[in-house]
Ligand binder design. Sequence first.
Ligand code: ATP
Length: 208
Amino acid sequence: MSPLLLLGGTFSPVHLGHMRMAEIASESLGVSATFLINSIPPHKEAPSVTSADRLRMLGIALQDTGFSIDTRELRRSSPSYTSDTLREIRSERPHDPVIFIIGMDSFRTIGSWHEAEELPGLASFFVIRRPGTEEPAEEESFLALHAERAENAEELLEAPAGRYFISERECLPVSSTMIREALSRGEEPELIAPGVLQYIREKGLYRR
Ligand code: ATP
């Protein structure tokens, strides 16, 4: 069995929090991460930059990391839902553990994702604590109600789907929103790779 570790996101732009998430999950599981870049995210406004720009920035950030990029959602013409993508991946690899990395904020809201009830049957979830976002009570958590909690990360590698693990390691206090807002105010954003910031400056992205 060959596990697949995915970090889905808009990456507009990719920041050091995303990198840290991938590192935490990869180190815990001994599996390299693949960044799954969203096309038109149904739950968010369209990004103010092109998909090609977001992909270029992701490529710059991942240089020399060993992490890879899956562009399948960008190649679709219609909005991509995580459930559609995971179903497609599942049909390609019926028995492999598929592990989707999410931040604590996504852990709290995943019950409202499109076809949420399908998700635990398609993947397991590696949850990363996010500064400022509390862990919800079990009875308020969709995954706690519909998936099996793993006490250690390795348990995610022992089943194709249906489990979740909450890492004790907390991520960095950064979001793409914070970075976009700093840039639009003309300030120097923090916790972003220098090469990505240079690309943003050269292309004049995220300026109001
Ligand atoms: P935005 O501010 O535009 O909403 P974001 O920084 O949350 O963007 P996304 O690309 O939307 O980044 O996030 C992809 C995934 O990464 C989500 O599951 C989100 O919860 C998680 N994530 C992003 N930043 C962090 C962070 N600093 N700590 C923990 N999880 C994070």
